[in-house]
Design a binder for this molecule. Structure first.
Ligand code: TNX
Length: 536
């Protein structure tokens, strides 16, 4: 009898589970509200697409996709507001009271209506695309449903380090495609570091002719005591034309690109190109060949400030982003301690010590960026010695920096390694994973991360703009490996960034995963099979 009872309970539990999954219609990130209704809409060659504006970029994205993936060439016409059958209506009408980036999607047997403004319309289309079957015949059926949706956070970020290993424009676009499909809206492009400078700067050609190429790379871990090198040069950079092309590609998908130019640390590639940027210009420098933190950093001299202002001027001319990331992390103070120039400067400026100098450096650069109408983001070390007045803090060494910044009324983006957001860490036990920097951040840990620390008051919590995951590439040499480390964790990130806390449910998420893994297969992405769905 009791066995029968347990069996019945299990069956009921599974039905309930399946229904919850059904409620979300398999959508990732889970929307604010989803209501399944009976019936289906049949999308065919005869279906008309009626849009407020026929040359809207979201509309173009949709018709291009129907063409390329479903071989459908539907008639596109201006939306007249009349309700003819077999029509997909894309409109800004009916968006009253919707938060920014929100949309409504209503599928009935007669019509599909997506209401949204700007990014909202684009996200409504992304949700509709997720409802399209992966396998289809001559007709494509869409289940009837009513969705209302908007994001939990305005900043939903993903980072890529193209310095430790260079990635092609094609790959960067593929990365952006993934972000768009999962409603992420800020691509943090880590463009400069010790081991490579990756952006063309017209005024300083040596940054790329010298700084974009390292002669060799340390094999294996950076703790490799034998110091064995591969003997293979590694390099690459983006021309300004390529950068403009990527910015447009991202903007067409409602993705902003936050460029990062590191200072005062992680700057060895630039110093190798222009040794005058260091406090000890007579020393021989070469582009970094080992990972970790180097003691060679920019000297806070007028030469350096002029150089960085010139660089940022070109960067700001290229990137429309409100935010310009100026790094600020991991700055050993050795070179400044040894430098007579720096010691005099500390005295003259009445600073406490080298931390004060770091703060002076960042504040000075912030003033410059602000004078161009933009704002800086910095890693949480920019808190040391006092925050620059308008800075946004990216909290990576846990949440402490973010909490401190929010308490000082500064905006914060949470990206703690301890929250599972360092996607260069493994997704399982090291023994079963490819070589990585270490760590074990399974998808469930990413999923359960909450970017809003409970220790903050409701007013302070408002400073948490959002969340980001980072893909550092010391041990990620190929596109396949980058995708393997990114996926499927990106799906969990999208739900952390978008879905209301109350709607988050890991069991429900796990039930929705297989369809999205199939989508990855269909679109040629490599990924790690997750234990959550019964495979390692
Ligand atoms: C720390 S996160 C760094 C990066 C490394 C990363 C490796 C941050 C601001 N600095 O330079 O690539 O760890 O996980």
């Amino acid at each position: 009898k009791s066995a029968l009872f347990v069996f019945v309970c299990l069956v009921v539990a599974n039905i309930v589970k399946a229904q919850v999954a059904d409620l979300n219609m398999g959508i990732i990130p889970a929307p604010v509200s989803v209501k399944k209704v009976p019936g289906e809409f049949v999308l065919s060659q005869e279906t008309i697409i009626a849009a407020d504006s026929v040359d809207n970029k979201a509309v173009k994205f949709f018709t291009d996709l129907l063409h390329s993936k479903y071989n459908l060439h539907n008639q596109l016409k201006a939306n007249t507001g009349s309700g003819s059958n077999n029509t997909i209506i894309l409109t800004a009408n009916g968006t009253d009271n919707l938060p920014a980036e929100g949309y409504r999607l209503n599928i009935t047997p007669q019509q599909v209506i997506i209401s949204g403004k700007g990014a909202g319309l684009f996200y409504g289309i992304q949700t509709l695309i997720q409802l399209l079957p992966l396998n289809h015949g001559a007709t494509v059926k869409l289940p009837c449903v009513q969705v209302e949706d908007y994001p939990r956070f305005g900043y939903r970020g993903l980072h890529l380090d193209v310095c430790r290993h260079f990635f092609s424009v094609e790959f960067v676009k593929k990365y952006i495609d993934l972000m768009a499909a999962y409603k992420l809206n800020n691509f943090h492009w880590h463009l400069t570091d010790d081991q490579g400078w990756r952006i063309e700067i017209k005024k300083y050609p040596r940054l790329t002719s010298v700084g974009s190429m390292r002669a060799q790379t340390l094999i294996g871990r950076y703790t490799n005591r034998d110091q064995q090198f591969d003997g293979i040069p590694h390099g690459g950079f983006y021309t300004q034309d390529e950068i403009r092309d990527v910015i447009k590609y991202a903007a067409d998908r409602y993705i902003n690109i936050v460029p990062e130019i590191e200072m005062p640390g992680h700057s060895l590639a630039a110093i190798a190109a222009y040794p005058e940027l260091s406090c000890n210009p007579s020393k021989p420098y070469k582009v970094g060949e080992v990972w970790g933190v180097t003691t060679d950093v920019y000297c806070p001299s007028e030469y350096t400030f002029n150089f960085l202002q010139d660089v940022l001027t070109e960067v700001i001319d290229l990137f429309p982003s409100k935010y310009i990331h100026i790094g600020g992390d991991e700055v050993p103070k050795d070179a400044w301690k040894k430098s007579e120039f720096c010691q005099k400067l500390i005295k003259r400026l009445k600073l406490k010590d080298e931390h004060g100098l770091q703060s002076y450096f960042i504040q000075r650069m912030e003033k410059f960026v602000n004078s161009k109408g933009r704002s800086i983001i910095g890693w949480d070390e920019i808190l040391e010695g006092g925050l620059a007045p308008n800075a946004t803090v990216m909290s990576w060494r846990g949440e402490a920096g973010g909490i401190a910044a929010a308490r000082q009324n500064h905006n914060v983006i949470m990206t703690p390694g301890s929250g599972g957001l360092y996607f260069d860490h493994g997704q399982g036990p090291a023994s079963r994973e490819p070589l990585s920097i270490g760590g074990n951040e399974p998808i469930s840990k990413v999923y359960n991360y909450n970017p809003v620390p409970a220790v903050l008051s409701p007013d302070q919590q408002k400073y948490i703009l959002g969340v980001q995951a980072n893909l550092w590439t010391e041990y990620i040499q190929t596109e396949e490996k980058a995708e393997y480390f990114l996926l499927p964790r990106l799906f969990a990130l999208s739900e952390v960034a978008w879905t209301p806390l109350a709607n988050k449910d890991i069991n429900n998420f796990n039930l929705r995963l297989p369809k999205h893994l199939a989508w990855l297969d269909r679109n040629g992405f490599n990924y790690r099979l997750t234990p959550a769905i019964g495979a390692i």
